[in-house]
Design a protein around this ligand. Structure first.
Ligand code: GTP
Ligand code: MG
Length: 268
């Protein structure tokens, strides 16, 4: 395979433009054959109910479990669904980064495929981006009304520890590691991101040119079906990412985000 990616559905039509959509929902998938159809149907129904002109972009890293065939089988029934199959540089954050870059809209929402993130909240994220012109909206487990259910103690400790480290760096955000977030893509203009690991939202907070942020509480539920892709190495990747954000902010002086977040937190 010498192509680095293949594109199917709406985005594969070179004439397609983004004007007919206001929001793109990115669904990263790796072996989500048991979830993806239900997820697309759920999100499309939410678009219809809330009046959002939404596009769904699935970014798959060569799943071997039939996810790709499943998506291809539903594509003819939807004008607003696209699929990118990536043959290179696999990983969750690189997939989200590619999805953000290929999105036909500036407003972009990220959501896991396994129903851990409730798709019913998408219109709330969207309203902040669209009506209040907020730069980044984070689904938070660590504010009042948020949480996680049925997690083993070790996962709770690691997740909370990572959230605490995230709060030292970006104190205005309580759950910088959340994978349930939405952005206005304009904040990435001029920023140099290094997507690695599972925490793409943290990378954007650390390096993107944002000024306004909101958090929406949500309860993280264990995946309905399919297997976790979370590996212990993710912790090492998170620590390397944190060092990269500090380096970018203080040594390269390429972003003032950390200082800005500290000022917003301590002086506002
Ligand atoms: N494209 C792509 N998607 C991925 C990759 N790894 C994970 N994903 C997707 O990213 C989302 C989050 O992965 P999960 O395995 O659910 O990770 P998690 O939610 O932290 O762990 P669980 O609670 O055990 O599910 C899911 O939609 C996965 O299919 C990857 O390498 N590439
Ligand atoms: Mg999950």
């Amino acid at each position: 395979m010498d192509k680095i990616r293949e594109i199917f559905g709406f985005l594969s039509d070179s004439k397609s433009k983004g004007q007919e959509f206001d929001l793109t929902v990115l669904i990263p998938t790796f072996n989500e054959g048991e979830n993806i159809r239900r997820m697309v149907l759920a999100i499309d129904e939410i678009f219809a109910r809330s009046g959002i002109r939404g596009h769904i972009l699935i970014i798959d890293d060569e799943s071997g479990d039939g996810t790709i065939a499943e998506v291809k089988s539903i594509l003819p029934s939807f004008r607003n669904v696209s699929l990118i199959v990536r043959h290179d540089n696999h990983g969750l954050s690189p997939s989200l980064y590619e999805g953000i870059s290929f999105s036909p809209t500036d407003l972009v929402q990220c959501i896991d495929c396994d129903f851990s993130h409730p798709p019913e909240l998408i219109p709330e994220f969207y309203r902040y981006l669209k009506d209040e012109n907020i730069d980044i909206v984070i689904g938070s487990r660590y504010i009042r009304g948020g949480g996680s259910v049925d997690w083993p103690l070790i996962r709770r400790i690691l997740s909370y520890g990572a959230a605490m480290l995230g709060r030292i760096i970006i104190p205005v955000v309580h759950d910088s590691g959340s994978g349930f977030f939405a952005i206005n893509r304009r904040i990435l203009a001029g920023a140099t991101l290094t997507p690695r690991g599972f925490r793409m939202g943290f990378e954007i907070l650390g390096k993107g040119n944002w000024h306004t942020v909101r958090e929406i509480p949500f309860i993280f539920r264990n995946r309905d079906a399919g297997k976790s892709k979370l590996k212990p190495f993710i912790i090492v990747q998170f620590l390397i990412q944190t060092a990269g954000i500090l380096h970018y902010n203080f040594l390269l002086r390429a972003s003032g985000n950390v200082k800005m977040a500290w000022k917003q937190h301590f002086f506002n």
